[in-house]
Ligand binder design. Structure first.
Ligand SMILES: C[S@@+](CC[C@H](N)C(=O)[O-])C[C@H]1O[C@@H](n2cnc3c(N)ncnc32)[C@H](O)[C@@H]1O
Length: 320
């Protein structure tokens, strides 16, 4: 099954190097496009997705059998999929008796089916209840944030996660127009808050919707934890790859890789390192890998993708 064209597919295969005998974790299964590539190259895969719709659809396409109820796990000989946040990778892999993996990959953010399914509430172009939860079992939704958070909390979310210049005006308009129940109602409120010039640059609700989505799903907090957990499972020479779609995510990946390459926490004025921390990763892609023009022509959503790859070093502990 090749359900769609996964972003940076060839590049991911080239750098993650799936092959027979390897076990790869796909932290963001989605429609299993990258996972399919790993499987076709002979690797085994454990895939995570917090969206039940994604898990159910992949389980059906690959004819998987249910193995566990909580967390929900389906499996075949080469593929195991887990309905869980990738922040729960450690407990889920332990449950599966897995201690080491040969590669781990994250293709962050929302999938096309999530965007295109109006009722999920991710799109500022489709009318729907304000939801934006990737995990439908989660309590907090975009409605809760929009209708119950203080003006200051809204300002912070819209500024930090949306990098919206007019965060104050948008937060004030939201608070003054409550209750706001649907995506298109929110779009109208945001439009009223924006100056004319800003409305012409890009869709006026784009940044605020991104901010709400990140807050609802704690996307940045999950990424930090997911990266940390993932490298503890990686074998020496195993690779970690991350596709980010905006600068906030990419900055976290870049800084995380940098900290693992140079983990020293000694004060800068010390002539020698005394903290004893060891490097755990080396960077494979000195510059982020971006899609070629022909990929963007076929898939507009790929245009902001940015792939970074690092490799686990052989540490003293592993090598002794
Ligand atoms: C961009 S799509 C992945 C597409 C996939 N690579 C493919 O080829 O079909 C991202 C997927 O990751 C899931 N996701 C995002 N953050 C997650 C997290 N913290 N834990 C588990 N799944 C997550 C989303 O629900 C979505 O299905």
């Amino acid at each position: 099954m090749m359900a769609h064209v996964p972003v940076l597919f060839n590049e991911v295969m080239e750098y993650i190097k799936p092959s027979p005998g390897k076990l790869i974790v796909d932290g963001t299964l989605g429609r299993a496009g990258h996972t399919q590539g790993f499987l076709e190259r002979g690797a085994k895969v454990v895939g995570f997705d917090q969206d039940l719709a994604a898990i159910s659809s992949v389980a059906a396409s690959f004819n998987l059998c249910k193995k566990n109820e909580n967390p929900l796990i389906y499996q075949s000989e080469n593929l195991i999929i887990v309905h869980n946040n990738f922040t729960e990778m450690a407990s889920s892999l332990s449950l599966l008796g897995i201690r080491k993996i040969d590669g781990v990959f994250f293709d962050l953010g929302v999938s096309s089916p999530q965007f295109d399914d109006a009722k999920r509430g991710f799109s500022y172009r489709l009318d729907a209840p304000l939801d934006m939860r990737m995990n439908q079992k989660q309590g907090l939704s975009a409605w809760d944030i929009v209708n119950t958070y203080s003006e200051q909390e809204l300002e912070k979310i819209i500024k930090d996660y949306g990098e919206e210049r007019y965060y104050r005006r948008v937060a004030t308009k939201i608070v003054n127009n409550r209750p706001i129940d649907t995506t298109l109602q929110l779009v109208e409120v945001i439009k009223k808050a924006m100056p004319r010039a800003a409305k012409e640059e890009q869709h006026p609700a784009k940044r605020t919707f991104q901010a709400l989505r990140i807050a609802v799903n704690d996307e940045l907090g999950s990424l930090k934890k997911g990266l940390n957990d993932a490298i503890t499972f990686l074998q020496p020479q195993g690779r970690i790859g991350v596709i980010a779609f905006h600068s906030l995510e990419d900055r976290i990946v870049k800084e995380f890789f940098r900290e693992q390459v140079d983990p020293c926490i000694c004060p800068k004025n010390l002539p020698v390192c005394i903290c004893g921390k060891e490097a755990t990763l080396k960077i494979v892609t000195k510059k982020p890998v971006k899609p070629q023009a022909d990929e963007i022509d076929i898939n507009r959503r790929a245009h902001s993708a940015c792939l970074r790859i690092a490799e686990k070093l052989v540490t003293k502990e592993v090598g002794k």
